[in-house]
Design a protein around this ligand. Structure first.
Ligand code: PHE
Length: 459
């Protein structure tokens, strides 16, 4: 008896050190999901693709594909409690087989991080600009952004170093003291800032126009292209197909309804994208700016609007870019964790060694990304007409993430025994929910993801 309780005690101690609490998991997974994808990509894609039409299709993709794959990844991680490579290997029916290679999907996490961290660095520049003075015309704003990206190599490298160094510092502390703790702090702050921005936007005349823009679809604008982009975005925004969710789920508490936790994460992620869209479009409409500014929306159109708001605008700008920075950091750390857990668990590396080796590699890639985007070196560094930034984005978001998504669906939907899969959910899904989910994972999600993969490759 004494022996059992001692074991239980030790076990509890280990859990406390290495496992998330329930709220810790929800916030960490939400922290991973909520990133530049929600606050930068989602609004500009919505603005470019006819507002409501894009939003409706996006919401459907989140429900049907996003949530299905998210639950599959969560269940896999929770069942194996290991890194992605070991997860496929141990869960696969025939001792790994070809499935064991599937876990290497985690390389796309570091590919994304190589340019994502550079973009987070740009945010730091905009935080300084909020103090120093924002550009007052679109022409000036284009100049400021263009100069940063194409000429200020060393500024970018310095900010990039700060971002990578800070992420490394968090990651070295591990799941509980590093990842969980930072998310417990930054995620509520992020929501608080966005709640404040939303209230401010609601006080403006253009708020209702922004609501109408986002929620009244012009059905004629739903094109195959819009469907493709929404499916891709639902995947990216939920951090799927990189092994991140699987790895975080490996540290779920042993007990507890992880299905509802996963649904909370998908809900929070979608909520924040919608709030960001409402806020940004209200600001843009209020000052007569165009919502279809594309990728420059946040870095060019928005700063001009902030400048027009006067002193309040400086505060709003500061809060906005700080929130974006928080969102970016919590996503960035989650991109590296799958590879780290693999190196630690499979190769016996110490966490500190794994973190610094991986983060140094990512830093070097980021240096190449910065040089590749510069006016001086960009042209000569292009490969087949594309910059390294574009190649990394293409290789991860267009190629590897969808492939990994299909693999996850086929693995859970067909390779694993149906009863085993049912058991993985441990009674946290009603029979009807399970049936609908399995149907989506087996047929709907892989088909739609295959379509975006093929379309993406055709360019
Ligand atoms: N979901 C993050 C975002 O929206 C990006 C991300 C992708 C994070 C893959 C982790 C893994 O910005």
């Amino acid at each position: 008896m004494a022996k059992i309780s001692l074991l239980a005690y030790i076990n509890l101690g280990v859990c406390l050190v290495t496992r998330f609490s329930r709220i810790g998991f929800i916030l960490a997974a939400a922290g991973s999901a909520i990133g530049l994808g929600n606050i930068w990509k989602f609004p500009y894609m919505t603005g470019q693709n006819g507002g409501g039409a894009f939003v409706i299709v996006f919401l459907l993709s989140i429900l049907v594909i996003g949530v299905s794959v998210f639950l599959a990844e969560t269940a896999m991680g929770r069942a194996s409690e290991q890194n992605p490579v070991s997860t496929f290997e141990t869960l696969a029916p025939k001792a790994g087989g070809i499935w064991k290679h599937a876990g290497f999907m985690m390389v796309s996490g570091v590919m994304i991080l190589s340019f994502y961290a550079v973009v987070i660095g740009w945010l730091i520049h905009y935080i300084f600009l909020s103090f120093a003075g924002l550009p007052v015309s679109v022409g000036e704003a284009q100049g400021v952004f263009g100069e940063l990206v194409s000429q200020s190599i060393y500024t970018q490298l310095f900010f990039h170093l700060l971002v990578i160094g800070y992420c490394g510092h968090i990651l070295i502390k591990g799941v509980k003291k590093g990842i969980e703790r930072i998310n417990l702090i930054l995620m509520p702050l992020l929501f608080l800032i966005f709640a404040g921005l939303l209230f401010y936007a609601m006080s403006m005349d253009s708020f209702m126009r922004s609501v109408a823009f986002m929620f009244m679809p012009d059905w004629g604008k739903i094109t195959p292209e819009v469907v493709m982009m929404s499916v891709g975005q639902s995947f990216f925004t939920l951090s799927l197909g990189v092994g991140t969710i699987m790895t975080y789920a490996a540290s779920l508490p042993k007990k507890g309804n992880f299905v509802s936790s996963a649904l909370y994460v998908a809900f929070l992620d979608t909520l924040l994208a919608i709030i960001a869209g409402l806020v940004i479009f209200t600001f843009l409409f209020e000052f007569g700016s165009d919502p279809s500014g594309g990728p420059g929306l946040v870095f060019i159109s928005l700063p001009v609007v902030f400048a027009q708001m006067g002193l309040v605008g400086q505060v709003v700008s500061l809060l906005f870019f700080i929130a974006l920075l928080f969102a970016g950091i919590t996503s960035a750390i989650s991109m590296a964790e799958p590879l780290l857990s693999y190196l630690i668990e499979r190769h016996g590396w110490k966490r500190s060694k794994a973190v610094w080796v991986v983060m140094s590699g990512i830093y070097v890639m980021g240096v190449l990304v910065v040089f590749g985007g510069s006016e001086a070196y960009g042209e000569s560094m292009k490969i087949a007409g594309k910059s390294l930034f574009d190649w990394l984005d293409f290789g991860s978001s267009t190629l590897l993430m969808p492939i990994a998504g299909i693999v996850i669906c086929l693995f859970v939907g067909f390779a694993l025994d149906k009863n085993y899969v049912h058991g993985m959910f441990g009674g946290y899904m009603s029979p009807l929910f399970f049936k609908v989910w399995l149907f989506c994972v087996r047929f709907v999600a892989p088909t739609l993801i295959a379509v975006i993969l093929i379309e993406g490759l055709r360019g």
